[in-house]
Design a protein around this ligand. Structure first.
Ligand SMILES: Cc1ncc(COP(=O)(O)O)c(C=O)c1O
Length: 381
């Protein structure tokens, strides 16, 4: 059988593969989702919604009350004015990224993506038959440099993807960077897709959406991480221009029809209800971040003394200011990941996220302090 050529350069995500091959007593630090329960008021809203008949299609764009709540959230939290008409509720940020790219780029286009960056960026660009062009992240803070973006822009560039806080590095782009990226996109007449799914998990600095500074920004976000709702599959795209939304809607309408009705009601409860669970998660992630930074520092010092297996040393790392990942540079990523696996700890090899991630590993701290302690004990041995 012949399959579509566009799939030839797409691999099944290495993260899932590692996960599937693990035994029961493994500690999985490869995961990209909060290990917290979805808050009770959200679950109650979902349960009620099912009984009240939210089991059918909704409008393609989503329920008007949800789109209004998203528009209010963008104004309140991000300082961005987006009309509810310019919001589409999607099946997670994943679908939001997909319909944005399908609407904005095509064969022959180039899309600048952070390297290392979230695995879906390059794969989704390839699905549109456009070319992902990696912008190597700065060594010192693992963030995307505006100068490097400028250097990579060509006549074929149609979009830039920015992701702050970053998966996999935890870097947070500054306000200055976001403004500059927005202005570049505006000047060059290209789109800026801003993936903001980790916006609430920032430990130093603050989240700034580039949509504050330019018209041609596509905001991609979801309730997955903020409210521990990954399984609800509810995200959104928000834009300032009705034409963009009309184009994206053509795709959303045919590939998804609408986001799940029950999840739309759950997301509405999340956005309009108490926000204390978000602050609690952020505090806990910060506590874990601090623990992991210290444990890695010790591991680095020990490996510097020549202890441990060859190739398994930690070369350097930057302290993540956001998200729930740390991305140390190691002597040899294969050896490091293998060594960890033999001791029952799952980590993600850095090159999964692009060439720029080679000889790094991603350690997720979306696991309890107890599990993290156990994992670092195992890594030390
Ligand atoms: C940067 C980034 N964007 C988007 C997603 C997808 O999120 P969702 O569950 O909303 O589809 C993830 C999930 O790991 C992510 O890390």
């Amino acid at each position: 059988m012949k399959f579509a050529r566009r799939l030839s350069k797409i691999k099944i995500s290495g993260i899932r593969k590692a996960f599937e091959s693990a035994g029961k007593d493994f500690i999985n630090l490869g995961l990209g989702e909060p290990d917290f329960e979805t808050p009770a008021h959200i679950l109650n809203a979902a349960e009620r919604a099912l009984r009240e008949g939210y089991t059918k299609y909704t409008y393609n764009k989503g329920l008007p009350e949800l789109r209004k709540a998203i528009s209010d959230k963008l104004k309140r939290e991000n300082g961005v004015e987006v009309s509810p008409e310019c919001v589409i509720a999607t099946a997670g940020a994943s679908e939001a990224l997909h319909i944005s790219l399908l609407a904005l780029v095509e064969r022959g286009s180039e899309v600048l993506i952070p390297d290392p960056g979230f695995v879906s960026f390059s794969a989704l660009v390839r699905l549109t038959e456009a070319k992902p062009v990696g912008v190597k992240l700065r060594e010192e803070d693992m963030a995307m440099s505006v100068e490097d973006v400028q250097e990579k822009i060509s006549a074929r560039t149609r979009a830039i993807i920015v992701n702050s806080p970053s998966n996999p590095t935890g870097a947070v782009q500054s306000e200055e960077d976001m403004r500059a990226l927005a202005e570049i996109a505006q000047d060059k007449n290209i789109f800026l897709i801003s993936d903001e799914v980790y916006e609430h998990f920032i430990y130093e600095g603050k989240h700034v959406s580039p949509a504050r500074f330019a018209e041609n920004v596509v905001i991609v976000n979801s309730v997955s991480k903020t409210y521990a709702m990954t399984g609800f599959r509810l995200g959104f795209v928000a834009v300032k221009n009705e034409e963009y939304v009309e184009q994206m809607l053509k795709i959303h309408q045919y590939i998804q029809a609408c986001a799940p009705a029950v999840s739309q009601i759950a997301a509405l409860a999340a956005l309009k209800g108490p926000q204390d669970s978000v602050a609690k998660m952020r505090e806990e992630f910060k506590r874990r971040r601090d623990f992991v930074v210290e444990a890695l520092q010790q591991l680095k010092e020990e490996s510097g003394k020549g202890e441990g297996e060859a190739g398994c040393g930690i070369v350097s790392f930057t302290v993540p200011r956001g998200a729930f990942y740390i991305f140390p540079k190691v002597q040899n990523e294969e050896k490091f990941v293998e060594h960890a696996f033999r001791r029952g700890v799952i980590l993600t090899p850095g090159s999964t996220f692009g060439e720029g991630g080679r000889n790094h590993v991603r350690i997720s701290f979306a696991a309890s302090i107890e599990k993290l302690k156990d994992a670092f004990e195992r890594l030390k041995s």
